[in-house]
Write a protein that binds this ligand. Structure first.
Ligand SMILES: Nc1ncnc2c1ncn2[C@@H]1O[C@H](COP(=O)(O)OP(=O)(O)O)[C@@H](O)[C@H]1O
Ligand SMILES: [Mg+2]
Length: 396
């Protein structure tokens, strides 16, 4: 048994792969029996065998990519090979029944669908523009035609309501007792800043909520069907991050930084947190980059190269450099984020391009393909009182 935490073992890879969710079945690929083999060689090379329901499944790239990123997020892993095979009919039928079983026994269900892609916008420290990036990125993803939720996990330092100009407050549904997110700029928004605080009873409720706000936001909010949930994380790398990854195993992280040369410590801390929580880092966004004064000169007020340096330090791509742009500040003050304003230039253009890249790297789950359709068909037939096993044999 290898106890050195910086060296990868097959067990650690298996554990990390529990974070890879088959988007159609809403269950992790390990429990679904889709991981056929894991081999770790001594020099940090991992070889993973994946058995897919159908060889030409359109989700193949997505599952392969997720698998690779999860494994790469482990310390000491330098290279990952994923090879795929197609399941036999029998394996496929077993997988379907396992998926159904799993869905039922899932102990702590959140109101966030397992097929919702979760992007946690994080940073090593405050004031780097994390909230501005969260809000604008959420709007830019929505502008691509996706259903997007925005959760403000900065429980004490919330700023999302102000940035979106929200004056409404969240209410609970009388029947379901679930909190209804506030709709703003086409987003479903939840924040501690949106809790009623006028009445005394509401104050009590608020006290209760704040203590376990993150859990409440995931379990007691009627999120509905979302393609993406963007989360404005609190600064630093603490309990909230760990709690989030426990409750939303599909969460992935985007790290925001300034162009200022990051201290090695910040990079190390973020990388360490990502490893402990098995939360893969999709990439780094450098915010407050060069300022284009409009006369052909770009001023680097906050230094240069910090984003690339942090990305290199963690071993992930630099997704974008968002320029310093007064419209970000003005948009925030007016409650009209720049990403929703035309024409697209400066920071707004950068947010739009970042959204397009993110959607490619972390593609939305499509539920109208291969196993998803199969699952629905079987579910429908089973509900009509038919014997499931014989139907599985029929339809596979
Ligand atoms: N790209 C940008 N250009 C200009 N100002 C920005 C930019 N990004 C953020 N800001 C400003 O920086 C300040 C801090 O941003 P904020 O999003 O609240 O940071 P954080 O959430 O990391 O504390 C705000 O006043 C915001 O308007
Ligand atoms: Mg903030």
């Amino acid at each position: 048994m290898n106890n050195n935490p910086s060296e990868p073992t097959a067990e650690r890879v298996w554990a990390a792969l529990r974070g890879v969710i088959d988007p159609e079945l809403g269950e992790n690929v390990v429990d679904l029996g889709m991981v056929a083999s894991v081999d770790v060689t001594r020099d940090g090379v991992v070889d993973i065998g994946l058995a897919l329901t159908i060889a030409e499944c359109p989700l193949r790239d997505q599952i392969e990519g997720d698998t690779r990123r999860r494994a790469l997020s482990l310390p000491g892993v330098n290279e990952v090979f994923v090879h795929t095979t197609a399941m036999t009919k029998r394996q496929r039928a077993e997988l379907m029944s396992r998926a159904r079983e799993k869905a039922r026994e899932r102990a702590e269900p959140t109101q966030v669908s397992p097929t919702t892609r979760v992007i946690a916008v994080s940073s090593g420290k405050g004031g780097v523009g994390k909230s501005s990036v969260s809000v604008n990125l959420a709007i830019a993803i929505k502008n691509l035609g996706f259903r997007v939720g925005l959760m403000d996990a900065d429980i004490w330092g919330f700023s999302v309501p102000r940035l979106l100009g929200i004056t409404a407050r969240m209410e609970a549904d009388d029947v379901t007792r679930l909190i209804i997110p506030v709709e703003a700029h086409g987003l479903k928004v939840v924040s501690t800043g949106l809790i009623i605080d006028s009445e005394e009873t509401a104050l009590m409720w608020r006290g209760l909520m704040l203590a376990k706000a993150l859990e409440q936001f995931l379990k007691q909010v009627d999120w509905g069907d979302l393609d993406y949930l963007v989360i404005d994380m609190p600064p630093g790398t603490g309990d909230i991050q760990m709690a989030l990854s426990r409750m939303l195993p599909q969460a992935e992280m985007v790290v925001v930084t300034t162009p200022q040369r990051a201290s090695q410590k910040v990079a190390a801390r973020i990388a360490d947190m990502a490893r402990r929580s098995h939360m893969p880092i999709v990439g780094v966004i450098e915010n407050m980059s060069g300022f284009d004064c409009g006369h052909g000169t770009v001023h680097h007020l906050f230094g240069q190269g910090g984003g690339q340096e942090l990305a290199d330090g963690i071993g992930v791509p630099l997704l974008a450099t968002v320029p310093l742009d007064m419209r970000v500040v003005e948009g925030g003050d007016r409650g009209r984020p720049v990403a929703g304003e035309m024409p697209l230039y400066g920071a707004a253009l950068a947010f739009a391009e970042t959204a397009e890249l993110l959607v490619q790297l972390v593609p939305p789950a499509q539920d109208e393909t291969c196993t998803g359709r199969l699952a629905k068909l079987l579910e429908g037939l089973a509900q009509s009182g038919q014997d499931w096993d014989s139907l599985a044999a029929l339809t596979t």
